[in-house]
Design a protein around this ligand. Structure first.
Ligand SMILES: NC(=O)c1ccc[n+]([C@@H]2O[C@H](COP(=O)([O-])OP(=O)(O)OC[C@H]3O[C@@H](n4cnc5c(N)ncnc54)[C@H](O)[C@@H]3O)[C@@H](O)[C@H]2O)c1
Length: 266
């Protein structure tokens, strides 16, 4: 997938899907802005990419602050004059894993924080970048939702609600921005082997449960980044407003029930 000379901002680029996406896009010829609250980490990643002859800079960004996002957008424009793509991956898997609950035990403060980080954070970033793309008459935005936005998992009610909002926003914002040539898509991964998820997969009994929930391999961050690269490329010029289940088949089947002998066993 050719991303030659496209200027792409990647939020959450310090680790996980964001880090893998920044590397993938830079390797495909893009000029990449690694944005995150963890400045040391993004600077180290950007330097590594530059040392390999790729084009990357690190700019701090806190998606809970419109001023911080506007500052990153302004510095990107100063450096590279345009913004062709946005991969919005920022989130805190660690915070969700430790604090989210089913609704009856869910603290209002946790609910507020997750909605602010995940849903309002998406609103803030898309608004700032979308305004630039609108003026350019072209741009592609990839949002990260999750299978949990469309199929239930007990115990993560704030996260599910926030990502459900991201799914709906993808459709309405895609419709709203289409006259100016701006595309928006959302990717719904299932499990990705990112640092905060990988620990579940290291326990063999848990690994078996997770394997049984997928038809194909559990995805790596690079698998999802490859798909996002397509959505950011000009080859995807007619793809917008879509919710992409990039989930190893997680949402398409009921379970590995062998109704006939031989199925799932060889
Ligand atoms: N990992 C999975 O299994 C999985 C599954 C489905 C969907 N997703 C989605 O993919 C995206 C990436 O997930 P991940 O596992 O790589 O997450 P992660 O927690 O590993 O990394 C997220 C990054 O976002 C950064 N971040 C946190 N708060 C921020 C803020 N306020 N401003 C800017 N950056 C901030 C963190 O520093 C970190 O570098 C998320 O949107 C997540 O919901 C992940």
């Amino acid at each position: 997938m050719d991303l030659n000379d496209k200027v792409i901002i990647v939020t959450g680029a310090a680790q996980g899907l964001g880090e893998a996406s920044a590397r993938s896009f830079a390797a495909r010829g893009a000029k990449v802005v690694l944005a995150d609250i963890r400045q040391d980490a993004i600077e180290a990643h950007a330097k590594l990419l530059r040392d390999e002859g790729l084009r990357a800079i690190a700019l701090p960004m806190d998606v809970t602050s419109s001023a911080s996002i506007e500052a990153t957008v302004a510095r990107t424009l100063k450096k590279w004059q345009r913004i062709d793509g946005l991969m919005h991956s920022a989130m805190s898997a660690e915070y969700i894993n430790n604090n989210d609950r089913r609704i009856t035990e869910l603290d209002e403060a946790v609910w507020d924080r997750v909605i602010d980080l995940v849903l309002t954070g998406t609103y803030r970033v898309v608004k700032a970048v979308g305004n630039v793309m609108k003026d350019q008459g072209k741009g592609s935005i990839v949002l990260t939702a999750t299978v949990d936005a469309v199929i239930a998992q007990a115990g993560i009610d704030a996260y599910s609600a926030a990502k459900g909002g991201v799914v709906s926003l993808t459709r309405s914002a895609a419709a709203g921005l289409s006259p100016e040539g701006v595309r928006l898509n959302a990717i719904c991964p299932s499990f990705i082997t990112t640092p905060d998820q990988a620990e579940f997969l290291e326990v063999p009994e848990k690994r078996k449960v997770f394997d049984d929930m997928h038809l194909m391999d559990i995805s790596t961050p690079e698998d999802i980044a490859d798909y996002a690269a397509f959505l950011l490329s000009d080859q995807a010029r007619i793809v917008t407003g879509a919710i992409h289940m990039v989930d190893s088949g997680y949402t398409c089947f009921k379970g590995k029930l062998a109704l006939r002998e031989g199925i799932y066993t060889n």
